[in-house]
Design a protein around this ligand. Sequence first.
Ligand code: PGA
Length: 244
Amino acid sequence: MRKRLIVANWKMYIETPDTAKRFITALKRKLARMSGVEVWIAPPFTILPTLPKGSYKLGGQAVSAKEGAHTGQVSAGMLRAAGASFCIVGHSEQRAQGADAEAVRAQFASVLKQGMVGILCVGEEARKEDGSHFAQIEEEIRSACTGMQAFANKIIVAYEPIWAIGALQAMQPQELEETVIFIKKTLSQALGREGGLKIPILYGGSVEGGNAHALLASGVSGFLVGRASADINSFGEILTTCKK
Ligand code: PGA
């Protein structure tokens, strides 16, 4: 039985090590009573090394592709040394600040080369009647994944339609199902059928306890959760829905 993967993207919602530790204590209590669900947490850089080890994995929210003299940046090697075993790459909030396709590919490669799991975020700004938004999703997958076959077992794709992030409503499960099929097809073209079809696909964008059940029916392996991941009660509701 494959566990469902729920990744908490804390963004800057949880600001201090003390708040984070309280969250973790409550999370551990919840996880002790659950099976079939796996939790990964991406705290801010300042909190990552302060968190205790547990039955969850820790990771970064973003990464620099370059080493050396780059003020304010954190490399994949530094993340690993601080306890990260995965990193979110190409989140739309990073792309909006200037991370273009080339930068995202380089960041993704640096994470994978460090032996960490790379969670590649892809997603369209808006849905178009004529389906042309699929081209953006395809391009984001191709530009980051082509040639990465050797790392296929360390790749996860998080599909996050930008219009659904921090929104009032998540995507409709029917539309999600169609997009998941499209992403699988694109991944098998970029990475070969064998590797491509095994890649877990997460959904992100206004996931909460109330919509998680319906969204799971679309064939995703789990969720990347922003807002609702920073409050232990809302996060707990999602976990309860996802456990087996
Ligand atoms: P949200 O964010 O759950 O607050 O919509 C998801 C994300 O940005 O990863």
